[in-house]
Design a protein around this ligand. Structure first.
Ligand SMILES: [Zn+2]
Length: 262
């Protein structure tokens, strides 16, 4: 982890600094290595959050695009279940950076736990993913030839297959530092809806202090929903899932009537 509590304050790992886990309160030690970025680790045991992924330079680079106090935010459900969100924005979106493979059941558990969830997925982990995704995008269709959004029928490639059933927003990062490829939650094994989004814009709209009313990302979601509505009759409305913490996700409500989960 990047942060631990040290003398009551959130601190980055520094040699010989004492620390405790902000999630479970147990002692932590500083790990410095040539391979891994400097981080905090639980003393003599595995991390308390089974969803936690070993942090790579890629994770750290992403987290550092956001303010320190948005990083590694402990979430508590009414049941007492606790997990550490990679980033929670000022508008209440949780952003999880996923490098390694994730089982569908764990993915669903995390999507249920963090209602307003955005996955940023490392698209460089498998060499073939970028090639297959690029082919799928090239085969995509749009009513407007200049649109950054496309419908991809029968999406090919392991990456799209792995993530097309997700109930959350998924953004693939192929490591060029320029573009993210946004897979909308209405996607499945038959069709995928994909939008090219600038990485800089994605970071900027989440960092922007939200004025009253929908945040900028919500506006993009609405815009994407309108694009999809050209292709799809609205599916039956889904029941809202159990609320996490005190209030349900404010980003979901405007879109439930459209039949999508966001
Ligand atoms: Zn812990």
């Amino acid at each position: 982890m990047k942060f631990a509590l040290s003398n009551g304050n959130r601190q980055e790992a520094q040699p010989s600094l004492p620390g405790e886990c902000p999630c479970c309160g147990r002692p932590m030690v500083v790990k410095c290595g040539e391979v891994r970025v400097r981080h905090w680790a639980h003393k003599g045991r595995r991390i308390c959050d089974p969803w936690w992924e070993n942090e790579t330079e890629w994770h750290r680079g992403w987290k550092d695009k956001f303010p320190d106090d948005w990083q590694e935010v402990v979430h508590r459900a009414e049941t007492g279940e606790r997990h550490i969100a990679d980033v929670k924005t000022g508008d209440g979106w949780v952003i999880e950076f996923q490098h390694s493979n994730i089982r569908p059941d764990e993915r669903r558990s995390r999507e249920d736990f963090y209602e307003c969830l955005i996955w940023v997925v490392d698209g460089t982990r498998r060499e073939r993913d970028a090639v297959q995704f690029s082919r799928a995008w090239a085969n995509g269709k749009s009513l407007d030839p200049f649109s950054s959004k496309r419908k991809v029928s029968s999406p090919e490639g392991a990456l799209l297959r792995d993530w097309a059933g997700s109930g959350a927003h998924v953004l693939f990062d192929f490591g060029d530092g320029q573009a993210l490829w946004w897979l909308f939650p209405a996607s499945d094994g038959q069709r995928a809806y994909v939008q090219r989004l600038s990485l800089a814009q994605f970071v900027r709209i989440h960092r922007a202090t939200s004025a009253p009313g929908p945040c900028e990302f919500d506006s993009l979601v609405q815009n994407f929903s309108a694009f999809i509505a050209h292709y799809e009759p609205p599916p039956p409305t889904k029941q809202p899932r159990r609320p996490i913490e005190a209030a349900p996700c404010p980003h979901r409500r405007p879109y439930i009537s459209r039949g999508f989960r966001f």
